[in-house]
Ligand binder design. Structure first.
Ligand SMILES: Cc1cc2nc3c(=O)[nH]c(=O)nc-3n(C[C@H](O)[C@H](O)[C@H](O)COP(=O)(O)OP(=O)(O)OC[C@H]3O[C@@H](n4cnc5c(N)ncnc54)[C@H](O)[C@@H]3O)c2cc1C
Ligand SMILES: NC(=O)c1ccc[n+]([C@@H]2O[C@H](COP(=O)([O-])OP(=O)(O)OC[C@H]3O[C@@H](n4cnc5c(N)ncnc54)[C@H](OP(=O)(O)O)[C@@H]3O)[C@@H](O)[C@H]2O)c1
Ligand SMILES: *[C@@H]1O[C@H](CO)[C@@H](O)[C@H](O)[C@H]1NC(C)=O
Ligand SMILES: *[C@@H]1O[C@H](CO)[C@@H](O)[C@H](O)[C@H]1NC(C)=O
Ligand SMILES: *[C@@H]1O[C@H](CO)[C@@H](O)[C@H](O)[C@H]1NC(C)=O
Ligand SMILES: *[C@@H]1O[C@H](CO)[C@@H](O)[C@H](O)[C@H]1NC(C)=O
Length: 472
C-alpha cells in the first residue's frame, strides 16, 4: 500500500465535516491509507450554525483610500463568531438541504421549525451536524480551539502552522500533502464604498452582528442590501417574524424602516417584494429606496436619486461577505504568481484584508487551485445548496485522493463552462452537480445515485414552498 496521504481540513463546519467523511470513504474504496486531521478554531463542530447570543461590538473599518471596507470584532479579530441570528429559518426545504446520506430526523418540517416556543431552528441544524459528526466518527479527527495561521509550501506538500486559541503563544507545525480549505465564506463582512461615510453620526453594524429586533434600539433604521440577510432583518423589524413580537421589542419597534436596494426597478432576488400588493401586510412598513450616493457633511444620507434620508440612527449593512484565505500569504509562491485575491474593477475587494467577492486562479469547478491542486476549496459558489454540494465536491475521486497530488491537471477533468461565475442558481447548480456526479464511479448506495427529479423540483420550488409554510 502507498504511504498514507496526509490531508488537513481547515474548519469543522458542514463543509469540513463532509470533506472528512468523503476523504475517508474514497480512500477506503481505493485502498489508499490516509492520515486525516481537521483544524477548528471553535470549541465544537457546526461552524456558523452555532448561534452566539452576544455578538459583541461591531467595528466598521472604512479605509481612507476609497476602497471597500469590512467589519470585525474589536481589535481586528476576524469576524464575530457566527452570522446566525436568533429567529433564523432555513431558506431551503429540509429534504433538499440535507447531506445525501443523512436525512433530517423523521418529522422534521419542510423548513425545520421546532413548532414550539422558542423556535430554535439554527439549533436544530446544529444538532443535525453534531449527530453527523458523531455517527460518522469524525470527532476524534478534530483539533478544536486550533486556528490555522499559515500554510507554506514545503516540497510538494504544505507546512501548516496552527495556534491554540486558548494560549495563542502555543503554536504547532504540521506537514501535510493536501489542504482542504473549508473555512466558510462568511468570515469577512463587506462594507461598500460610500463617499463621506465617516460623516455619519449614527450607529452602524454589519448584518452578521444582528441577533433579534429587541436590541437594536433605533427609531429610524436603514438596511442596505437586497439578499437574504437584508430581507430577513427588514421583515423582523416590521413584525413579520415567525414568532410573535415579545413585549420587550415592541417598546423598541422602529418608527421607520428603510431598505436600500441596488436596483429599485426590480423585485428582490430571493424574497417578498414589499411593494407588491400581494405581499404580507407587514411589508407595507418597509420603505424601499435606491442605492446610497453619499453621506453629506452634516451626516445626512443622500440617495442616488438626490433624495435625503435625514436622522437615520442605525445603518445595518446587509451587504454580504468577501472570500478570504488569511492563512495563505499572497507574497509566497505559488500565490505570488497566481493570486487568489485580485483587485480589479469588477471585483469588490478590500485590499487591507486581502479579501474579495471572488477567488481567482481556480479550476473550472471552483474547487481546486489551478497552480497547485494539492489545495482545494469547498463551497465557494453562491446560490447553491451548501450541504449536498460540498459533500459531492469532496467526493470527487478523480483527483485528490486517488491521484497523487500534483498529478492532476485541469485537462483531466474539465468542467462544463455553464456556471461561469460564483453565482450559480438552481439551473447552473443542477448542471454542475450532474457533471461532477458523472465523474464518480457508480455506487451501490442509492443515496449516491444521480439526484432524483423530485430533489430538483423541490429545489426549484423552494421560494414558493417557503411562502406557503412560513408566510413570506
Ligand atoms: C445567516 C445565514 C443563514 C444561512 N441559512 C442557510 C440555510 O437556511 N440553508 C443552507 O443550506 N445554508 C444556509 N446558510 C449558508 C451556510 O453558510 C451553509 O449552510 C454552511 O453552514 C456553510 O458551511 P461551511 O462549513 O462552508 O462554513 P462555516 O459553517 O462557516 O464553517 C467554517 C468553519 O471553519 C472554521 N475556521 C475558519 N477559519 C479557520 C482557521 N483559520 N483555522 C481553523 N478553523 C477555521 C470556523 O470556525 C468554522 O467553524 C446560511 C448562512 C448564513 C450566514
Ligand atoms: N434565512 C436564511 O436562511 C438566510 C438568511 C440570511 C442569509 N442567508 C445566507 O447567507 C449568505 C449571505 O447572505 P447575505 O444576504 O448576508 O449576503 P449576500 O448574499 O452577499 O447579499 C448582499 C447584498 O447586498 C447588496 N449590496 C452590496 N452593496 C450595496 C450597496 N452599496 N447598496 C445596496 N446594496 C448593496 C449586494 O449586491 P451586490 O451583489 O451587487 O454587491 C447583495 O444583493 C447567503 O448564502 C445566504 O443564502 C440565509
Ligand atoms: C511561512 O512563510 C512566511 C513568509 O511568507 C514566513 O514568515 C514564516 O516563517 C513561514 N513559516 C514556516 C513555519 O515556515
Ligand atoms: C439586487 O442586487 C443585485 C446585485 O447588485 C442586482 O443585480 C439586482 O438588480 C438587485 N435587485 C434589486 C431589487 O435591487
Ligand atoms: C446576492 O448575493 C450574491 C452572493 O453574495 C451576489 O453574488 C449577488 O449578486 C447578490 N444579488 C443577486 C441579485 O444575486
Ligand atoms: C448642513 O447644515 C447646515 C446648517 O443646518 C446647512 O446650512 C448646510 O447647508 C448643510 N449642509 C449640507 C451639505 O446639507
Amino acid at each position: 500500500m502507498a504511504p498514507a496521504l496526509r490531508i488537513a481540513v481547515v474548519g469543522a463546519g458542514s463543509a469540513g465535516l463532509a470533506a472528512a467523511q468523503q476523504c475517508r470513504a474514497v480512500a477506503r474504496t481505493h485502498n489508499q491509507a490516509i492520515d486525516l486531521v481537521i483544524f477548528e478554531r471553535r470549541s465544537s463542530v457546526g461552524g456558523l450554525w452555532q448561534y452566539e447570543n452576544d455578538p459583541g461590538v461591531c467595528d466598521i473599518h472604512v479605509p481612507p483610500h476609497g476602497t471597500a471596507g469590512y467589519a470585525t470584532r474589536p481589535g481586528g479579530h476576524p469576524m464575530c463568531r457566527s452570522a446566525m441570528y436568533e429567529d433564523l429559518r432555513t431558506n431551503i426545504p429540509s429534504p433538499v438541504m440535507q447531506f445525501r446520506d443523512t436525512p433530517f430526523p423523521p418529522g422534521t418540517a419542510m423548513f425545520p421549525i421546532r413548532g414550539m416556543w422558542p423556535l430554535l431552528t439554527a439549533a436544530e441544524v446544529l444538532a443535525y451536524l453534531e449527530r453527523f459528526a458523531h455517527t460518522q466518527d469524525l470527532l476524534p479527527l478534530v483539533h478544536f480551539d486550533t486556528e490555522v495561521m499559515q500554510a507554506n509550501k514545503s516540497g510538494r506538500g504544505w507546512r501548516i502552522t496552527t495556534r491554540s486559541c486558548q494560549s495563542p503563544q502555543a503554536s504547532c507545525t504540521w506537514e501535510v500533502d493536501c489542504i482542504v480549505a473549508a473555512q466558510g465564506r462568511c468570515n469577512a463582512p463587506y462594507i461598500p464604498v460610500i463617499p463621506g461615510l465617516h460623516h455619519f453620526h449614527g450607529r452602524q453594524m454589519h448584518s452578521a452582528w444582528y441577533r433579534y429586533p429587541d436590541d437594536l434600539k433605533a427609531r429610524r433604521v436603514l438596511i442596505v442590501g437586497n439578499n437574504s440577510s437584508g430581507a430577513d432583518i427588514a421583515r423582523e423589524l416590521c413584525g413579520g417574524s415567525v414568532r410573535s413580537w415579545s413585549s420587550k421589542s415592541e417598546s423598541w419597534a422602529p418608527e421607520r424602516v428603510y431598505q436600500s436596494y441596488a436596483n429599485v426597478d426590480q423585485p428582490p432576488p430571493l424574497d417578498y417584494d414589499p411593494r407588491d400588493p400581494a405581499s404580507p401586510a407587514w411589508c407595507r412598513q418597509i420603505d424601499v429606496v435606491g442605492p446610497i450616493h453619499h453621506i453629506d457633511q452634516n451626516g445626512t444620507i443622500v440617495l442616488q436619486n438626490g433624495e435625503h434620508l435625514p436622522h437615520i440612527d442605525l445603518i445595518v449593512w446587509a451587504t454580504g461577505f468577501m472570500y478570504q484565505v488569511p492563512f495563505l500569504a499572497p507574497d509566497q509562491a505559488p500565490m505570488s504568481k497566481a493570486p487568489l485575491v485580485v483587485q480589479d474593477d469588477h471585483t469588490r475587494a478590500a485590499p487591507d484584508i486581502q479579501a474579495a467577492s471572488v477567488l481567482h486562479n481556480l479550476d473550472d469547478w471552483m474547487l481546486f487551485y489551478k497552480s497547485d491542486p494539492s489545495l482545494c476549496f469547498l463551497g465557494l459558489p453562491n446560490r447553491i445548496v451548501p450541504f449536498p454540494l460540498t459533500q459531492l465536491q469532496a467526493s470527487d475521486p478523480q483527483r485528490w485522493v486517488v491521484q497523487a497530488p500534483g498529478a492532476y491537471t485541469e485537462e483531466a477533468a474539465p468542467g462544463p463552462d455553464v456556471w461561469g461565475d460564483f453565482t450559480m442558481g438552481a439551473e447552473a447548480e443542477a448542471a454542475y452537480v450532474a457533471a461532477l456526479q458523472s465523474l464518480l464511479p457508480p455506487s451501490q448506495d442509492p443515496a449516491w445515485g444521480p439526484l432524483p427529479a423530485s430533489w430538483h423540483t423541490l429545489r426549484r420550488q423552494g421560494k414558493t414552498l417557503r411562502r406557503e409554510h412560513l408566510g413570506y
